[in-house]
Design a protein around this ligand. Structure first.
Ligand code: IMP
Ligand code: MG
Length: 233
């Protein structure tokens, strides 16, 4: 499934601009101006945090409605593959980026499922891959003999995933699949980064929102957006 056309995207930005007042002062540092911003007094707190990040966003790539529809489709396709499993499906969420995806996916999944969390680090504080993978938090349960689905936020170089697949398959699950919400061109072209299902194939842009961060910011945006290059360059 491909993301929206440029025209559709522009409409989408216009839509979000209508609901969000422009130029709202935000907490923390505004990466575009490098200034510390002030919180609004509680009586005038905006309806959503989106306005805090507006100056940093170039365009909305995938809006809330499109995300939720696609996550439901991914969950239903997964359930169809696992309709006859003897035990509950184990969903593995790779923290922190896939956390929004996991919670929506799990609720959309029409079969019993259990959640496990794993944290690995492959990126530092910046926007480029280091290729070094480290376990920061391991699974709490044994997955031997179980049907396991890894939920990934985004595949870029695929280094994180191919390492993770090797690590988890060594624990002898009954089956092991990967469902990724987003995939960048590099991962699409690499044969050893096979995944069972993909939400959206996107261009090679740095994206944030719906769990994805830049320096831990922007995760709470309800949509996936492209950052302005000056924010991460
Ligand atoms: P890979 O090992 O290069 O496939 O990197 C995958 C991980 O890098 C993801 O799970 C994300 O945490 C992070 N990442 C890659 N691209 C982006 C992006 O565009 N925005 C935010 N995080 C990203
Ligand atoms: Mg990240």
């Amino acid at each position: 499934l491909h993301v929206r056309s440029r025209r559709q995207r522009q409409m989408c930005i216009r839509d979000s601009a209508q609901t969000v007042p422009y130029g709202h002062p935000a907490f923390g540092r505004d990466p575009t101006t490098d200034q510390t911003r002030q919180r609004k007094p509680m009586s005038t707190v905006p309806e959503s945090a989106t306005s805090y990040y507006e100056n940093s966003i170039e365009e909305v790539l995938i809006d809330e409605e499109t995300l939720s529809k696609r996550v439901k489709e991914l969950a239903e396709a997964t359930a169809a593959r696992h309709a006859d499993d003897p035990e509950d499906l184990i969903l593995i969420c790779v923290l922190k980026g896939a956390v929004m995806f996991l919670t929506d996916f799990s609720r959309a999944l029409p079969i019993p499922n259990q959640m496990e969390f794993m944290a690995v680090s492959s990126y530092g504080a910046g926007a480029s891959s280091s290729g070094v993978v480290r376990i920061l938090k391991d699974l709490e349960r044994d997955i031997t003999g179980r049907d396991v689905v890894i939920l990934e936020d985004i595949l870029d170089s695929g280094l994180t995933l191919s390492w993770l697949l090797r690590n988890l398959s060594a624990r002898n699950p009954r089956s092991l699949e990967v469902v990724t919400l987003l995939r960048k061109p590099e991962a699409r072209q690499t044969v050893n980064v096979e995944c069972t299902d993909v939400g959206f194939d996107i261009d090679d842009d740095f994206v944030v929102g719906y769990g994805l961060d830049f320096n831990e910011q922007f995760r709470s945006l309800p949509f996936v957006a492209k950052l302005k290059p000056e924010v991460f360059q």
